[in-house]
Design a protein around this ligand. Structure first.
Ligand SMILES: N[C@@H](CCC(=O)N[C@@H](CS)C(=O)NCC(=O)O)C(=O)O
Length: 216
């Protein structure tokens, strides 16, 4: 397997955590999201992923080598192909709740704060850097407020009970981003507590951006 990613990409970070939890290895290929106008826009990468986003997973499938985009689809593919260690609970309702928490981060928070959205705000819409930061912090705060309420209902040591799941895989990179952009986290004790618990596990710590070969 090959994982095309970038050290600071939170979507790639999710896949790295999933690979580690399942004790799988993948060759890491760096796609620099800033240099040369962003390597995600290069013709070579376009062939792999026309969405111009990382991550992309390349694997040998039943019909030959294939490319997979979208971190949640990649993680669900890994989950089906390599069921141990499970990233989703065995109970159908619990699985749906975990997917809902994961999507609250991956579909509601992350897309609004993605690099190309921030670039569009500043370069095309003339938004100031200060207002860009307000935007960034606002959408994390809105998303974390909703998630914190869910966590007070469902969390144990981790987002759902005492086993790390897809929800934790999405949470930790989003908290990393929040800290990087100085989002106050005082109102989110469960999020902070669970993030700390996750980062005590090697699977999460080893996937951290600063641990990657392309970190600069
Ligand atoms: N929903 C996608 C999001 C992927 C995504 O937004 N990746 C970001 C890095 S975290 C990216 O490649 N951004 C490049 C850009 O905005 O130009 C996923 O989960 O894989």
């Amino acid at each position: 397997m090959k994982l095309y990613g970038y050290w600071r990409s939170s979507a790639a970070y999710r896949v790295r955590i999933a690979l580690n939890l399942k004790q799988l290895s993948a060759e890491q290929v760096s796609v620099h999201l800033v240099n040369n106008g962003g390597e995600q826009h290069s013709p070579a990468y376009h062939q792999l992923n026309p969405q111009h986003l990382v991550p992309t997973l390349v694997d040998d499938g039943t019909e030959g080598q294939f490319n997979l985009s979208q971190s949640l689809a990649i993680i669900e593919y890994l989950e089906e192909k390599y069921p141990k260690e499970a990233l989703l609970p065995s109970n159908i309702e619990h699985r749906a709740i975990v997917r809902g928490m994961a999507q609250a981060i991956a579909c509601e928070i992350h897309p609004l704060d993605n690099l190309r959205v921030l670039q569009y705000l500043v370069k095309d819409m003339g938004v100031s850097d200060a207002d860009k930061m307000r935007w960034y912090q606002h959408w994390i705060t809105v998303g974390f407020t909703a998630l914190e309420a869910q966590l007070s209902q469902y969390s144990g040591r981790f987002c759902f009970g005492d086993t790390p799941s897809l929800a934790d895989i999405c949470l930790v990179p989003q908290v990393y981003n929040a800290k990087r952009f100085n989002v106050p986290l005082d109102a989110f004790p469960n999020i902070v507590r669970i993030n700390n618990a996750c980062n005590q596990l090697a699977a999460f710590a080893d996937a951290a951006p600063e641990q990657q070969h392309d970190a600069s």
